[in-house]
Design a protein around this ligand. Structure first.
Ligand SMILES: CC(C)(COP(=O)(O)OP(=O)(O)OC[C@H]1O[C@@H](n2cnc3c(N)ncnc32)[C@H](O)[C@@H]1OP(=O)(O)O)[C@@H](O)C(=O)NCCC(=O)NCCS
Length: 103
């Protein structure tokens, strides 16, 4: 924002030309819940689809973390399911919601 970073997005589980997962964080809590998350998810999605030639992109936040679940729905992701899993190497076993966007 104004040429300064306010967060970051990453992608993993990449199958080039097919699918990937994405993550997004607004780092400063003061800057959350102001609409930046939805806008940044939309822009990140465009980048991932273009650069990775994707057909579908997933995001799997903790099921009880309201902000990312609201954000993904607002940014155009479709809800698939809620399940128990270990989403990544840094995570513990937890309930996650699986969202997808397809193009
Ligand atoms: C998740 C995150 C990226 C969303 O970005 P954001 O800028 O806060 O979100 P926005 O302001 O664009 O809001 C998007 C929606 O989330 C809701 N929301 C945001 N923060 C919320 C909170 N703390 N509690 C409940 N709802 C919240 C907004 O109300 C909005 O929904 P609505 O308009 O339908 O009511 C950001 O909050 C964040 O980085 N959080 C901490 C890290 C995290 O949980 N990352 C996700 C891990 S998968």
């Amino acid at each position: 924002m104004n040429d300064r970073p306010i967060g970051f997005s990453t992608s993993d589980k990449i199958a080039y030309g097919e699918q990937a997962n994405m993550h997004l964080h607004v780092v400063d809590p003061e800057r959350r819940d102001r609409g930046y998350g939805v806008e940044c998810v939309r822009r990140s999605v465009d980048i991932y689809f273009e650069r990775l030639k994707l057909k579908r992109l997933f995001c799997e936040p903790n099921a009880f973390n309201v902000a990312p679940n609201r954000t993904l729905q607002k940014a155009g992701f479709k809800y698939l399911k809620t399940h128990m899993t270990v989403p990544g190497p840094l995570n513990y076993h937890q309930a996650v919601t699986r969202w997808v966007i397809e193009r």
